[in-house]
Design a protein around this ligand. Sequence first.
Ligand SMILES: *Cc1c(COP(=O)(O)O)cnc(C)c1O
Length: 433
Amino acid sequence: MRTRFDLTQADIPKQWYNLLADLPEPLPPPLHPGTKQPVPPEALLAIFPENLVQQEMCPDRFVEIPEAVREIYALWRPTPLLRAVRFEKALQTPAHIYYKYEGVSPAGSHKVNTSVAQAYFNKIAGTKRLATETGAGQWGSSLALACKLFDLECTVYMVKVSYQQKPYRRMLMHTWGATVHPSPSDQTNYGRKLLAEDPNCQGSLGIAISEAIEDTVTHPHTKYSLGSVLNHVCLHQTVIGLEALKQMELAGEEPDALFGCCGGGSNFAGLVFPFLHKKIREGKKYRIVGVEPTACPSMTKGELRYDFGDTAETTPLLMMYTLGHKFMPPPIHAGGLRYHGMSPLVSHALKLRLIEAEAYHQTEVFERATLFARTEGIVPAPESAHAIAAVAAEALRAREAGQKRVILFNLSGHGLLDLSAYESFLNGKLQDV
Ligand SMILES: *Cc1c(COP(=O)(O)O)cnc(C)c1O
């Protein structure tokens, strides 16, 4: 039986898909926190290059992928689409479960799809140096690689607790030539202020974003780069879904239900937005589900309102599902899902009921992920494992109903640098928070 559906280099998409063009209601714009008026594009030029600001607000349905970006994509794209027959068998489900595997990238996750694009657009805009933040290091390492490939300097503010406890991605960033500071750091006024108040402050993603933005506006030729949430990031990730559409055709099936884990929303957006295009324009009936941790439940327990993207209140206000920008998520193992907000595009799709959201506890998540590893071989990233928990629940419902369902999910990354989380689970030390 055929279980793997591969494309060739020529099939790497030539355009990204922009959901903004198909929304039945326009997306509420980012607001200036002082005036509460829409932020003029010029205001964003302090931190982003003009070409990416244009993409952020671009009305076109398709946006050309530069050849230089496609050539780098070819190092790992097109990524495989596989059918998880052994996982299906273990669940004793009549459902067919397909997954798009983004863990084959050099950094081990989908994040390089946008870091390479952002580094390219910064390079041609004359940027010399990029500053960013990272939690457990997936985004920092992805940007470090992209900067090296386009000969840009890269400075990363890494949440201190991860800097100390998760050394391997820090080492990856160093290998790819980036400068890495534990955040809060002594490099910025905001970091120094926090350290003076509490020298043992462990940091958070919101704090690290504030530091990276301060670094950007206080250094010449420097721009800021964000690994999720924003429209242009979701845009770049749509290569995932565009490839998956072709691969499901090769498999001769159409998904009934699609799943992706959601931190800031970008890998989910990347898989499902091209399918949303068909749902909106061709009336397809896909059930599309974003999956989050119960410990950081922005979509299932948060409010839809304008909120800051960072702790120090330096970003514009974004209309999104949020737990509040002061929310300190508990230290669950899926570091990439510990963000207080959700991409405005994903939030808007949820509000319009084009998609749904579910939340899972981390013990159930690791149980399903371990079953996946033991049947399919791949050890999923703890983030991606959330999608697997929701897929297993869907597959078991299909079993109860005696119904063949075709399920597609995004396996956004591998967990080979997160094995300590699996060890905690296997030792029975993992707890729900
Ligand atoms: C960062 C990360 C996520 C969460 O970020 P999104 O923007 O929601 O995709 C999910 N999976 C992996 C493997 C990650 O590295």
